[in-house]
Design a protein around this ligand. Structure first.
Ligand SMILES: Cc1cc2nc3c(=O)[nH]c(=O)nc-3n(C[C@H](O)[C@H](O)[C@H](O)COP(=O)(O)O)c2cc1C
Length: 201
């Protein structure tokens, strides 16, 4: 997408949002939508749909003449990741870690796109990434610490600080939605600004 600013033609960078919850009224999706509002005048934002990728199975990695539907889903997801300048993950905490669906996604993304040689590039190596989360009283701290480790292990360029962690109140569960306090919104804005700088490095 093109952006005309001060008579200068610039190409807007693209941030891909990944949500670690499939829940229809996901609080993490709501958090992503607030972050999108903070960034959309300066970045092209899109959401990764990876609900159709299969569980990791090395049998599915072998290359055939015609890709199956699930192989096509993995191919599409890798292409979307490749195109992005940066990735922002919004995730709940499950049992003091990140949800299995994110582990499955990053297991697929950690593999070389062409498995005939393991020195071949993956879709994520060197890709800039950050994470935020809405969860219980730990503010997703354990989840994001483990997620940061995973992302670094697969050679992504991780912005570990600052990251926004939200402790959801009972009111959120009663209403099915939540509002950020001024302090939380400030935290999210700081993360958005720092991620913008991180993408420019
Ligand atoms: C299997 C499971 C385990 C959970 N474990 C934790 C946990 O360890 N810490 C925590 O803060 N919340 C935990 N929760 C609550 C989730 O963090 C909460 O449901 C989440 O904020 C919902 O996010 P979403 O609305 O984006 O789906 C758990 C929820 C599930 C389903």
């Amino acid at each position: 997408m093109l952006n005309l600013f001060h008579n200068k033609l610039t190409i807007m960078k693209h941030i891909l949002f990944i949500i670690g919850s499939l829940r229809k009224n996901s609080f993490n999706r709501q958090l992503a939508s607030i972050a999108e509002d903070l960034l959309k005048d300066r970045f092209n934002i899109s959401y990764l749909d990876f609900s159709d990728i299969p569980y990791m199975n090395q049998d599915l990695e072998s290359q055939q003449e015609h890709m199956t539907t699930s192989q096509q889903a993995v191919f599409r997801v890798r292409q979307e990741v490749l195109k992005a300048d940066g990735i922002w993950i919004f995730t709940p905490e499950y049992n003091q870690s990140y949800p299995g669906l994110l582990k499955n996604l990053f297991d697929w993304l950690s593999r070389p796109m062409d498995v005939t040689n393991f020195a071949n590039p993956t879709a994520v190596q060197g890709k800039k990434v950050t994470a935020s989360g809405a969860g219980g009283k730990n503010k997703t701290t354990y989840c994001r610490a483990k997620l940061n480790d995973l992302l670094e292990y697969i050679k992504m360029d991780v912005m570990k600080e600052p990251q926004t962690g939200i402790a959801l109140g009972m009111e959120a569960w009663v209403k099915g939605e939540f509002k950020l306090s001024e302090e939380q919104l400030k935290e999210l804005k700081i993360q958005a600004e720092k991620f913008k700088e991180f993408l420019e490095k």
